[in-house]
Design a protein around this ligand. Structure first.
Ligand code: SF4
Length: 259
């Protein structure tokens, strides 16, 4: 991952015409984003964003988002959580089964593992803002039916459709450090060429419009659910902690903010 990736590269990677990173504006997302289309139907959260207001207003509006079909089967929108003053913002892929039921991000097994790893790395999760690239749970039922809901990765067009919410969270929280947890979050923030194996553990500038107040840096790592699934769970966990330590150290050193 080149630290000098251009904004347009990152934007085109997710198929969006606006709304990359911390420097973009929710209003411009709404105006410029065309989303993607399925049989003539646009996938785009942009029209559902409020024209003003803070996180609370955005959380309320996101509850009614119909920007893509993922709202149809999920229980509820799972918006980000944490203080608006957070210096660090962690982005996952999408809510899981528990998150979908409880309406809060990272409250399931992966969330518990993330909290443990983050605290071990020196990140105070009570002071962090956590969210997902996609705000509704995507799942399939087992073949032959059944009640179990099996996680299904979101498509690129669903990630692109939901990006205006993530962009608004980045703008409103204005963190110094962003942690991308897994490939979906990494691609949403850094572009389609992002690869966890190649780009993890490095402090990278977040692509975005130039912002006189500076913009955050990103540290990418595994999604905690990948640690739970790993054959070498201990080794994967140690790698997650090591990557999170890069974020913690950047924060301790004054953050990665700067353009
Ligand atoms: S996943 Fe995102 S864009 Fe799709 S309906 Fe949910 S909040 Fe809206």
């Amino acid at each position: 991952m080149s630290p000098t990736r251009s904004t347009s590269d990152a934007r085109s990677a997710t198929g969006r015409r606006s709304g990359s990173g911390g420097g973009s504006r929710a209003g411009s997302d709404r105006e410029a984003s065309s989303g993607s289309r399925d049989g003539g139907r646009a996938y785009d959260a942009g029209p559902f964003l409020p024209s003003r207001g803070g996180l609370a207003a955005h959380r309320r509006a996101a509850a009614d988002c119909r920007g893509c079909p993922l709202h149809e089967d999920a229980t509820q929108t799972v918006f980000g959580a944490g203080p608006e003053s957070a210096r660090i913002l962690l982005v996952g892929e999408q809510p899981g089964d528990q998150e979908d039921r409880q309406g809060e991000p990272f409250v399931g097994p992966a969330g518990r593992l993330l909290r443990r790893a983050a605290e071990e790395a020196g990140i105070d999760m009570d002071e962090a803002y956590v969210t997902n690239a996609v705000k509704h749970f995507k799942f399939v039922r087992p073949p032959g039916g059944g009640k179990r809901r099996i996680h299904k990765a979101p498509e690129l067009r669903e990630v692109a459709a939901c990006h205006p919410w993530l962009s608004a969270e980045l703008r409103l929280v204005h963190p110094e450090i962003v942690v991308a947890l897994g490939a979906t979050a990494g691609k949403a923030l850094l572009g389609s060429s992002f690869r966890v194996t190649k780009d993890r553990g490095a402090l990278l500038p977040l692509p975005g419009d130039e912002d006189q107040n500076g913009r955050p840096h990103v540290v990418a790592t595994l999604h905690p659910s990948a640690v739970l699934r790993a054959d070498d769970r201990e080794g994967a966990y140690a790698g997650l902690v090591a990557d999170l330590r890069v974020a913690a150290e950047a924060l301790a050193g004054g953050g990665g903010t700067g353009s």
